[in-house]
Design a protein around this ligand. Structure first.
Ligand code: UN1
Length: 511
C-alpha cells in the first residue's frame, strides 16, 4: 500500500521553520552544510559548519565549565536536567516534527523518540541522588576502604541520523548529572533537530543557573568528529554509528589513553520456536524488521524459524508485509517512511542482488515506491528474503528493511546460527517453553548485550543498559549502571587508628 500524497518541500520547510520558531531557534543561514529532508530528498536550509578553530574553542570552553560543574552538588546538576525534561515535554510535538522532517520517522515513532528523551531525563534526575560508591571491609584494624566516584571531564558525543535526538539525550542527561560537560557532534543529516535540542538545553542552563558552556553543539562533517577524537582534553568519546567508524574511533582514542563508549552496528536475530504464540510474534517481528524503515541499530535483520512452522510464519509475514502502508510519515496511517537517502536505497538494492546471487529468494517486498512523486527520495517496500545457511551476506549489516529468514531443527543449532555473526547488539526468542527461554538467556545462549523473550529486538526502554558485544563495540549507555562510564572511581583507604598497619602482613620496621 502507498499512503496519501507527499507534502511538498515548501510545506516541509515551513513546518520545520514553525517548529524551530516555537522552540526559539532562529532559522539558520549559511552555505557549507545542508539541511535536507528524506521525505522529498530535497534541500531545506543552508547552515554554517564549525571550523577546526571553533572545535578547539568549544573544547576549551567546555573544559573551563567543567572546573565549576564538577564541584556543583550532583542533585543541583540534576535540576538542570529536570528543567531540560520539562522543556522537552513542552516541545514534544515540535521536536517530533523535526525528527520526522530530517530522519523520516513516522509520527508515532518520532514522538516515541522524544518520549525516550523525557524518560532519560527523569532517570538522570533520580540518578543525581544515587551516584553511589561502596564501602569495603578492610583487612586492617582501624581502617576503612571506600570507593568514590568523580566526574571525568569533557565528553564528546558523536551521534547518528537514525536517533538524532534520543541518543544525544542518553549521553547528555547522564553525563551532566555525573558532573561532566558535553560537546555534541551530531550527524550531518539532522542538523535542525540538533539545533533545537541544543537551544532547549541552553534555555534550561540559563533557568537552572548552570554554566552555559556545560554543553556545546558543533555542526560539521567528519573533520569535527576527528578533532574531538584526537583532543586529549576530551576524556570520553561516546560514538554511535557504523562498525567501520568505531574501528577508527576506538584505536585513536585508546592511543591517547582516552576512553571511548561505542555503540556500533547490529545484526539482530529472533528465534521463533514451535511453541511461539504467532499472534504475538508476527506483529512483533513486523515492527522490529520494518519499523523505522529498518534503520534502527536494533532492527531485526535475521529470523531463525523452526522448520515445522516456517511455512506458516512466512505466509503470515508475507501477508503482513503486503499490507504495510508506505509513504508520508506525517500521515497517521503510514507505518513505513522513507529511507534516509537514495544512497541507502542503492546499498539495499546492491545487497539484495548479492543475496539473490547467493541463492536467496525474495518472498515479499523490494519494490521502490513514489519514485515519480519524489525522485530524490527513497521509499521502498520492506523485504523478506529466504536464505540458506551459506549466504554470507546475512552476516553483514545493511541499514535498510531487509529481513532474512533461516530455518533450524534444534535449539542448539538455532543459537549457533544466531551467534554466528560479527555483531552482538540485540536478540530475542519467541517461545512458550520456559526451558528454551532460559537457555537462550543463559551464558550458553545469546551472545548479545540485549536478549529478549517474546518481544522483538528493537524498542528498548531507557531503564536498562543499552549496548552490545563483539563488533557492536561493548559500550553501555542509558539506564542501569551505565553512568559509571561517565565517571572515574577512586579507591580510598582511611586509617583512623593510631597505628601503621601494612596490608598483606608486610613488616617494614627497622630492627
Ligand atoms: C539506535 O538505533 O541507535 O531500542 C538506538 C531501540 C531504541 C534505541 C535504538 N530505544 O530500538
Amino acid at each position: 500500500m502507498t499512503s496519501s500524497a507527499l507534502p511538498s518541500t515548501d510545506d516541509l520547510r515551513a513546518r520545520a521553520r514553525a517548529a524551530l520558531k516555537n522552540i526559539g531557534v532562529d532559522v539558520p543561514e549559511g552555505n557549507d552544510l545542508h539541511a535536507r529532508t528524506p521525505l522529498t530528498g530535497e534541500h531545506l536550509f543552508g547552515l554554517t559548519a564549525a571550523t577546526g578553530a571553533d572545535t578547539d574553542e568549544a573544547v576549551t570552553a567546555a573544559r573551563t565549565a567543567f572546573l565549576t560543574w564538577r564541584t556543583t552538588p550532583a542533585p543541583r546538576r540534576g535540576e538542570l536536567v529536570r528543567r531540560l525534561g520539562e522543556l522537552l515535554r513542552a516541545h514534544k510535538s515540535d521536536l517530533a516534527d523535526l525528527v520526522t522532517i530530517e530522519a523520516g520517522k513516522i509520527r508515532s515513532e518520532a514522538l516515541g523518540e522524544i518520549q525516550e528523551m523525557i524518560d532519560i531525563c527523569d532517570f538522570a534526575v533520580g540518578l543525581s541522588r544515587q551516584l553511589y560508591g561502596r564501602t569495603i571491609a578492610s583487612e586492617r584494624p582501624g581502617h576503612r576502604l571506600a570507593e568514590t566516584w568523580h566526574p571525568l571531564g569533557v565528553v564528546g558525543v558523536i551521534s547518528a541520523f537514525n536517533f538524532p535526538a534520543a541518543v544525544w539525550s542518553w549521553n547528555t542527561a547522564i553525563a551532566l548529572v555525573c558532573g561532566d560537560t558535553v560537546i555534541w557532534k551530531p550527524s550531518e543529516l539532522t542538523p535542525l533537530t540538533s539545533l533545537a535540542c541544543d537551544h532547549l538545553l541552553a534555555r534550561a542552563t540559563d533557568e537552572a543557573d548552570a554554566p552555559r558552556d556545560v554543553h556545546r553543539l558543533l555542526l560539521g562533517d567528519r573533520a569535527v568528529g576527528e578533532r574531538l577524537v584526537d583532543d586529549p582534553r576530551v576524556a570520553l568519546v561516546s560514538a554511535t554509528g557504523s562498525t567501520r567508524m568505531g574501528r577508527e574511533v576506538g584505536p585513536r582514542v585508546a592511543a591517547r589513553f582516552g576512553r571511548s563508549l561505542l555503540e556500533l552496528g547490529g545484526n539482530n536475530a529472533a528465534i521463533v520456536a514451535p511453541s511461539a504464540d504467532l499472534d504475538l510474534a508476527v506483529p512483533a517481528i513486523v515492527f522490529a524488521a520494518a519499523g523505522t524503515a529498518g534503520q534502527r541499530c536494533t532492527t531485526l535483520r535475521r529470523l531463525i524459524v523452526h522448520r515445522d512452522i516456517a511455512d506458516t510464519v512466512v505466509e503470515r509475514l508475507t501477508a503482513a508485509y503486503a499490507r504495510l502502508p508506505i509513504g508520508d510519515p506525517f500521515d497517521d496511517t503510514t507505518l513505513v517512511g522513507p529511507l534516509i537517502s537514495t544512497g541507502a536505497l542503492d546499498a539495499m538494492q546492491h545487497t539484495l542482488s548479492r543475496v539473490q546471487a547467493q541463492g536467496g529468494r525474495v518472498l515479499a517486498g523490494g519494490g521502490r515506491r513514489l519514485a515519480e512523486a519524489a525522485p530524490a527520495a527513497a521509499y521502498t517496500e520492506p523485504v523478506l528474503v529466504r536464505v540458506g545457511e551459506q549466504t554470507d551476506v546475512v552476516r553483514e549489516e545493511t541499514f535498510a528493511p531487509i529481513l532474512y529468514v533461516l530455518t533450524y531443527d534444534t535449539l542448539e543449532e538455532a543459537i549457533a546460527l544466531h551467534n554466528d555473526v560479527p555483531q552482538g547488539l540485540s536478540s530475542s526468542i519467541f517461545t512458550r517453553d520456559q526451558q528454551e527461554a532460559e537457555i537462550f538467556l543463559s551464558a550458553a545462549g545469546s551472545d548479545c548485550g540485549i536478549a529478549n523473550v517474546n518481544i522483538g529486538t528493537s524498542g528498548a526502554e531507557i531503564g536498562g543498559a543499552f549496548g552490545g558485544e563483539k563488533d557492536t563495540g561493548g559500550g553501555r549507555e542509558s539506564g542501569s549502571d551505565a553512568w559509571k562510564a561517565y565517571m572515574r572511581s577512586a579507591t580510598n583507604t582511611i586509617n583512623y587508628s593510631s597505628a601503621l598497619t601494612l596490608a598483606q602482613g608486610v613488616s617494614f620496621t627497622a630492627q
